[in-house]
Design a binder for this molecule. Sequence first.
Ligand code: SAH
Length: 346
Amino acid sequence: MLKHILSLSPDALATDLSAAFPAYRAKQVLAWIYARFTTDPDSMTDLPTEVKEHLKQNYRLELPEVDARLLSKDGTIKYRLKLADACLIEMVMIPEVKKKTLCISSQVGCSRACAFCATGKAGLTRNLFPEEIIGQFILAARDLLPNRITNLVFMGMGEPLDNLDNVLFALRTLQAEKGLAFSPRRTTISTCGIAPGIRHLADSGIKTKLAVSLNSAESETRLKIMPIEKLYHLNELKQALLYFRRKTNFRITFEYILIPGVNMSYEDIRALSRFVNDISCKINFIPYNPTGVEGWSAPTKTQIDDFLQKATIIKQAVTLRKSRGADIQGACGQLAAQVNQTERLS
Ligand code: SAH
């Protein structure tokens, strides 16, 4: 089977092509892929036929196929993407006035089964390949033109640290000067708390911000909503995070979904405050987006305000995430790549 063109680093691709053509041809091909966001030789109009043919015969070139493109009334776009083996994943583009945030997937499904998350319900099908991770970015970047993606978050389907090698490979291409030259400061990997993965990420030398879906700093409560707590206890998670901080100096964000009756009491806030008080971090509260868990509902505005008022005992910076794209099942935790939902195609 041929290699996918995005499964080579930009440098390796340039070396490969330079064996067959003068060096400037490689430059042209790289510019088409990483600056004009196409892998289709037929659209690379300044290349002679023999280079186009060479590309077609020596590499797989397909990008994930857009199976559905749903536009929320708030401007959020959810893409359902079909991969070469017909697996479905989703990515979400969240446009704001100045920021354009792309939220991408790292796996088809997820094995971590957090109680609040729709992706975990069906389990894990497989990891995404580097070309499928980079491919999401390229597709979205092209669709967004003439605007540019400003922020990239691995908060779509899957647990990025369970597919760390492929995520790291993709990040190298995303951040390479000859690749997509995307800023590490504007890249965030979000994890449910895979402690050894956090240490590997810190050791990898790849720069990225880290977000941790904490959701409770009380082990008993966390265990009820996140099975990962059984494998990597809060203490172990904390040690891994302190290690990440020492190694990288990047600030950590804790994500904390607000679920009434589960993790919103004053005791919960005190536990959270204790957990975060000696780590340089910020805390992002996220109102729970309903995903069909019996007995759970989204917090009301009063419940959120009351919680935030009590949360002022926390010393670190605290933010409240605005929910986007809920009408297209594109909000946090709602990505499940279902085919039968009501859709508004744009
Ligand atoms: N596996 C990674 C990335 C996927 S989850 C992780 O666990 O972080 C991405 C984000 O969605 C996390 O911040 C998570 O806490 C949030 N999330 C998941 N389900 C949610 C829900 N039902 N409502 C609100 N946020 C949710």
